[in-house]
Design a protein around this ligand. Structure first.
Ligand code: 13P
Ligand code: SF4
Length: 387
């Protein structure tokens, strides 16, 4: 069950630790330890950035964050580095040091195209691996090596080889939330922005009525409601999204008549059935900023609401608080130290990288759609074989 934070401003709720380890005193301490202070020059340099996060960071906390933000932005210029920030990053990272922001697909496209020498991945390890696979000549850093993912941890390359033995000739579509080893065993990757397009392409290309879609069981089941291709799934789960339930939605609607419920497709099928709209993190952000619902709840990671609220100040967000502990390992101080010490470098065995790249390249070569995929809500569950 999600912890619902019914407060217009996150910092108004003392229990909502969406920036773990870097509350006001944590950040002050982190800056001081690194010899950084809130000087008049730092204030001038960061005043415009503060406007982007003033809805979540109170003015008295800003002097704790600003010195780290200014230092990171200077280091990026010195080292010709870019920061790719996922939508689940906390707002001070997302809005104040991120150069490119978005969902997994948008960040992968950016990693393939940037001409910076260094990529700092403000996201989790599989995203940094994707950047390295696409840009092998660049130095790719992940600020904290422990930033994993329950989906990526649910399956290995050896598992995929066994699945392929069991279903010869059936194409393997792999969600990007997987290790390079798993991608290397796959025919094509997908994200929640293009999963149906990729599944249908693979079925046609392999002349198969079935497709193996791994490792997220719920994503696979949610895709199955939108295609006639039969899906074979794996039993991986996102530890953040599996915690939402259809009962949460019943409670939300009772407490907030008229609320619009948006869900990420890593949520269980009964949550998708009860939601008003579903899609990737980019699709959810796009829905809020273009459709401007009066009151909305995003059934996904906590920081999404904070980040989207910046561009939609008139929308009232009811905030479910399911933190991704892996995403939250990425903090301003970890990014700062990664750039100073050029750590922690992501490396991939060349044979694995080349095979994984083929799977990602096939996905990136598919026609670009105008907007991320809208998932079906209100649909009945379709039988899916889970191996
Ligand atoms: P997207 O940003 O691709 O929707 O993925 C969500 C996610 O859980 C990434 O870890
Ligand atoms: Fe993985 Fe879920 Fe965290 Fe995304 S939110 S990184 S899928 S555990």
């Amino acid at each position: 069950m999600a912890r619902i934070i019914d407060a217009p401003l996150r910092h108004a709720d003392a229990d909502c630790e969406t920036r773990p380890g870097i509350g006001q005193w944590g950040a002050l301490d982190a800056s001081t330890k690194r010899g950084l202070a809130f000087t008049p020059a730092v204030k001038r340099e960061t005043d415009a950035l503060y406007e982007k996060v003033e809805h979540v960071i109170p003015p008295f906390e800003w002097p704790a964050y600003a010195p780290l933000i200014a230092a990171i932005n200077r280091l990026k210029r010195e080292k010709n580095a870019v920061i790719l920030a996922h939508n689940y990053m906390t707002s001070e990272i997302f809005h104040c040091v991120g150069d490119f922001r978005g969902d997994s697909l948008q960040l992968a496209r950016e990693a393939a195209r940037t001409d910076a020498k260094v990529i700092v991945q403000a996201g989790v390890h599989f995203m940094a691996e994707t950047s390295k696979i696409l840009s092998p000549d660049k130095t790719v850093l992940i600020p904290d090596m422990r930033a994993g993912c329950s989906l990526a941890a649910s399956i290995t390359g050896a598992d995929v080889r066994l699945i392929k033995e069991r279903f010869p000739g059936v194409p393997v579509v792999t969600y990007v939330n997987t290790s390079a080893d798993v991608k290397a065993e796959s025919d094509i990757t997908c994200t929640s922005s293009n999963a149906v397009q990729v599944v249908e392409w693979a079925a046609k290309e392999w002349n198969s009525d079935r497709v193996i879609l791994i490792p997220d069981e719920y994503l696979a089941k949610n895709v199955a409601t939108m295609t006639t291709v039969k899906i074979i799934a794996w039993h991986g789960r996102c530890e953040v999204h599996e915690r939402f339930s259809a009962e949460d939605i019943v409670e939300l609607r009772a407490a907030h008549p008229g609320i619009v419920v948006l869900a990420h497709p890593e949520c269980p099928p009964d949550v998708m059935a009860a939601a008003d709209y579903a899609g990737s993190t980019a699709a959810l952000a796009n829905y809020v900023t273009t459709r401007r619902p009066g009151k909305v709840v995003l059934l996904t990671e906590c920081s999404m609401s904070d980040n989207v609220a910046q561009a939609a100040p008139d929308v009232d967000f009811i905030r479910p608080c399911n933190l991704c502990p892996h995403m939250k390992r990425i903090t301003l101080e970890a990014i700062h130290d990664a750039l100073v010490e050029m750590k922690h470098e992501v490396t991939i065995d060349e044979d694995v990288r080349v095979r994984a790249k083929q799977a990602i390249d096939r996905m990136l070569a598919l026609p670009k759609t105008d907007k991320p995929l809208d998932f079906e809500t209100g649909a009945r569950e379709v039988a899916v074989e889970v191996v």
